[in-house]
Design a protein around this ligand. Structure first.
Ligand code: NAP
Ligand code: SF4
Length: 676
């Protein structure tokens, strides 16, 4: 039995104690900007506190109008802002957890015309150009931070976190990447750090000693002209002297073109930088980024690399992460797979955040699983994620559920996704559902293809059709040739030649291209040193390179690949906002030739005939991989006139293949099962 004693032991701060070393990091949920959403926000955080986490960081909340992330974003600058926050602090304290409010001034990342920064330089990820802050505006902003913190104290928070990383305003002062000033707020590091140091001093003076001030410091900027580790250490020491209680880790600016949180980033990839800083300060230090399971977290604290571990998305995926860890039920943890699809991708579209693997996240008051008073016999046909979601929720509510799966294992499309390089975390979701199926007592019948008669004969009260999809085939001359393969065949190990065309540039076309670029049987997950080389991250924790970047080293791909689509829009434009650029960069770096506006004409022994730019052209190829979407498996789906079959419910890919994604599939399964 593994012990997690280090992450579970309390942290004494003198004036207060945090009950364990696990921090739920701040993450915009979309609920904090409007006061009428605070009851939902309180339910969301209350559930995480109930699940055992020691410290929650909520926010970011702006100290003034200029600091808004979006127009009319969450702000705390008057007494009127306090009452709804009390709902949140009360919900968290009820369960013995502590909560900080993060103060976030977005600076040049503010998506509005009032944005300001250290220098008037527009961010590459924002259409608004900021105004340069004058000396008096800087002083007024410092006061705004202090007022915001004292209001947070009145609202019942145990402290505040000052957001000084990810490229927001304070980072824009700290680094020469944006700060071009020649006055007392710019130039050498002593001047550049004056702004955050004065903020900490002003807050401490206002809130007194018995209030946590946590500072999230950018320990690795990953941008041109960013800070060196020596500068990071100078800042950390100055912040400690100014009065911080905790030092948290930030990695990479939002505009950095090196991924820091997506699923292909190895677990705990940045902990060495935190450990380096920790050697120079005596306040407790928090490690962050791609920590999602207890073993990784325990190792960090046990080895002394950090005093606490922070996770944000893993608490969306599983509010009970800490309690499950504490009671040795780690295999029951619903693991965050770092896909960003329902969380950060929503946040960047200004939609309420949720979680692909846990649709209840941020919907705690709306998607409720209540024990049924009338247990029914429920059949679920199809053991992909939609079916497993429906089966486990229905069974947890007290229904007697039988799950029929035609294959010899459950998991459906996730079994294909998990072999894609960088998608190893998908194994965890299958593991989670398998444990849930067992625990909720679902009768799982593998290798069982059922038909309508059987289902009727067994007399189920409700039937959930989650039979999923099959890959769409290419219907052109010669497309039945043996060198034409479906993505499913390829991901299951079919032999693929050297010159390849991938037809269809959706999520799967990109995944399959990445799969084919690398030699088979690569170690999974990718070793950290290799990942650092590939993305140009300086592996030296005491890096002297500016921003911690270096020239990437790209290994020769093992195949020549064309990625093709019929649309004339740029390839990959429909991929996730926060992860699509990583996939596009990967393929570009490895020389994948991306062609758009292509018409497929015929497959011959020599390759694929296409029309491109008005000309017929032969792409000489060994293999053609079809990633042209999917079609629903409709065998059991009732036809419109079958009104007697009201007890048949269709979900996931079987319902709609066109927009199939796991987020919709899992949510539909859960929503249906919540009502059965
Ligand atoms: P998809 O996103 O619908 O892409 C399939 C592509 O095939 C289309 O973009 C289409 O492009 C092309 N196509 C459609 N019909 C065709 C035909 N008859 N002949 C030739 N080409 C055709 O589907 P997918 O890539 O299979 O992905 C399935 C789902 O899984 C999607 O919801 C996707 O978002 C999700 N997924 C997401 C990720 C991720 O990283 N977030 C990864 C994998 C899968 P043209 O019409 O322009 O040719
Ligand atoms: Fe993690 Fe994906 Fe859920 Fe976000 S949507 S919390 S990345 S599993």
């Amino acid at each position: 039995m593994t012990s997690y004693a280090n992450i579970l032991k309390p942290l004494h701060l003198g004036f207060t104690t945090i009950k364990n070393r696990v921090v739920m990091g701040s993450m915009h949920s979309g609920l904090e900007d409007r006061f009428f959403n605070y009851p939902k926000l309180a339910a969301y955080f209350g559930e995480r506190a109930k699940g055992g986490v020691g410290l929650i960081i909520m926010g970011g909340i702006s100290p003034n109008r200029q600091g808004w992330l979006l127009p009319a974003g969450g702000t705390m600058n008057s007494l009127a802002d306090i009452p709804h926050h009390r709902l949140v602090t009360h919900a968290v304290h009820k369960h013995g957890a502590k909560i900080l409010m993060q103060i976030l001034h977005s600076g040049r990342y503010g998506y509005h015309p009032f944005s300001v920064s250290s220098s008037p330089i527009q961010a590459p990820i924002n259409p608004f150009k900021p105004r340069q802050m004058s000396d008096s505006q800087i002083l007024a902003t410092i006061e705004d931070y202090a007022r915001c913190a004292s209001l947070a104290k009145k609202a019942g928070y145990d402290g505040v976190e000052i957001m000084g990383s990810e490229g927001y305003l304070i980072n824009q002062f700290l680094s020469n990447h944006v700060n071009k000033r020649t006055d007392r707020w710019g130039g050498d590091i002593e001047n550049r750090m004056r702004f955050p140091v004065e903020i900490v001093k002003a807050i401490r003076a206002k809130v007194g000693e018995k209030f946590i001030i946590c500072f999230r410091l950018s320990m690795l900027d990953l941008v041109h002209d960013g800070n060196t580790m020596q500068e990071v250490i100078i800042i950390a020491k100055a912040l400690e002297k100014a009065g911080i209680t905790l030092l948290n880790t930030g990695i990479g600016w939002h505009e950095a073109r090196i991924p820091t949180i997506v699923t292909s980033v190895p677990r705990a990839a940045f902990v060495d930088y935190t450990a380096e800083v920790k050697q120079h300060v005596s306040v407790p230090v928090i490690a962050s980024n791609r920590i999602n399971m207890p073993d990784v977290a325990e190792e960090i604290v046990a080895s002394g690399q950090a005093d606490m571990v922070q996770m944000a998305r893993p608490f969306l995926a599983d509010p009970y992460w800490v309690n499950k860890t504490a009671t040795n039920r780690v295999d029951e943890i619903n693991t965050c797979i770092a896909c960003n699809q329902a969380c950060l991708d929503h946040a960047f579209k200004n939609e309420r955040v949720s979680c692909l693997v846990n649709p209840q996240a941020c919907f705690e008051t709306e998607l409720v699983y209540i024990k049924t008073k009338k247990p029914k016999r429920v059949a679920v046909v199809g053991g992909g994620v939609a079916g497993m979601s429906a089966a486990t929720v229905a069974a947890s509510r007290g229904h007697a559920v039988t799950l029929f799966e035609a294959n010899n294992d459950v998991g459906g499309q996730f079994n294909l996704a998990k072999v894609v390089p960088g998608k190893e975390e998908f194994h965890e979701t299958i593991r989670y559902f398998k444990v849930q199926l067992k625990q909720t007592g679902v009768d799982v019948r593998l290798n069982t293809k059922v038909n309508r008669e059987q289902l009727e004969r067994e007399g189920f009260d409700e039937v959930v059709i989650a039979t999923g999809v099959v890959p769409r085939t290419l219907k052109i001359q010669g497309s039945d040739a043996p060198q034409v393969l479906s993505y499913a065949e390829v991901l299951k190990g079919a032999k693929v030649g050297y010159k390849v065309a991938v037809i269809g540039a959706g999520g799967i076309g990109f995944d399959v291209s990445e799969f084919l670029l690398k030699p088979p049987h690569q170690p999974q997950p990718q070793p950290l040193a290799e990942w650092q080389r590939e993305w140009g991250v300086d592996p030296n924790p005491n890096y002297t390179s500016k921003g911690g970047t270096q020239r990437p080293e790209v290994e020769m791909p093992v195949r020549q690949i064309y990625l093709l689509q019929r649309k004339t829009t740029p390839l990959g434009i429909g991929l996730g906002k926060t992860s699509g650029w990583v996939h596009r960069a990967q393929l570009k770096k490895h020389g994948v030739r991306m062609l758009r506006g292509v018409q497929y004409k015929a497959v011959t022994d020599e390759g694929l005939w296409v029309e491109h730019n008005g000309h017929d052209q032969l792409l000489r190829l060994d293999t053609i991989v079809v990633c042209a979407g999917q079609e629903s498996v409709k065998d059991l789906v009732p036809r419109e006139n079958e009104t007697t079959l009201a007890k048949y419910h269709v979900i996931g890919g079987a319902k709609l293949a066109g927009e199939l994604d796991a987020k919709r599939a899992i949510r539909e399964g859960a929503e249906l099962a919540a009502k059965l």
